[in-house]
Design a protein around this ligand. Structure first.
Ligand code: G3P
Ligand code: CA
Length: 228
């Protein structure tokens, strides 16, 4: 069996509050090969690392991320003590210790993410291998591919592997990111024969991890990086 990369979902969500600096640090401490996170653009244009379209579930505040300024977002607290991080803060924390899977969760995220990756490559000696950008949103994937086809793309899908492959071919993606319930040994092999890596999500139970590993996937996104 080949090595399966372990990718920490929203950091190490099984151990620390999701999409926070402590969660990403925990994933690094657990020797994750990569970390996964979600981004939105806030009212003042910065890229914010948060899963939901609003801040209600994870913080002591309320409102849509797109309607809040950076200073308003920074005044919020997660678990009474932790700030919502920007994407810049997460990249700087991670350094080049592992790759970063940036999920374009919010709309209009492709351009600012492309600009930020370019900045790190040009100014801080990062390479395209340090990032993979994924999304369920066809428009954002298409936009990113149009702006900079050198950025590594991953096509997220909870519909079907066939749909992920169609989009992956359209946008010259490096990987497909199907939900693990969609996988069979056969469709993993077919995707790899077409030249795509298979990174699947979100698998936490040991029994599921072992079964999906036996399909020779390239990576598993998990809340518990130590279990892979
Ligand atoms: O990127 C894989 C996974 O994070 C997609 O689902 O809802 O956790 O963002 P979700
Ligand atoms: Ca995600």
């Amino acid at each position: 069996m080949k090595k399966v990369l372990n990718i920490g979902h929203r950091g190490a969500k099984g151990h620390e509050p999701e999409n926070t600096l402590p969660s990403f640090q925990k994933a690094l401490d657990l020797n994750a090969d990569g970390i996964e996170l979600d981004v939105h653009v806030c009212k003042t244009g910065e890229l914010i690392v948060i899963h939901d379209f609003n801040v209600d579930r994870t913080t002591n505040g309320s409102g849509a991320v797109s309607e809040l300024s950076l200073s308003e977002i920074k005044a919020l607290q997660i678990n009474n003590e932790i700030e919502i991080p920007t994407l810049v803060e997460v990249i700087d924390l991670v350094g080049k210790k592992c790759f970063i899977n940036i999920e374009l969760k919010g709309r209009h995220t492709a351009k600012p993410v492309s600009d930020l990756i370019e900045k790190y490559i040009l100014e801080k000696e990062y390479s395209y291998e340090d990032f993979i950008v994924s999304s369920f949103q066809r428009e954002e994937l298409e936009m990113l591919f149009t702006i900079n086809p050198r950025i590594h793309l991953g096509v997220l899908s909870q519909a079907s592997v066939a749909q992920a492959l169609e989009w992956a071919n359209a946008f010259s993606a490096k990987a497909i990111h199907p939900h693990f319930s969609l996988l069979t040994e056969h469709n993993v092999q077919k995707a790899q024969e077409q030249g795509f890596k298979v990174y699947t999500w979100t698998i936490n139970e040991t029994e599921d991890i072992e079964r999906i590993k036996s399909y020779n996937v390239n990576g598993i996104i998990t809340d518990f990086p130590e279990r892979i």
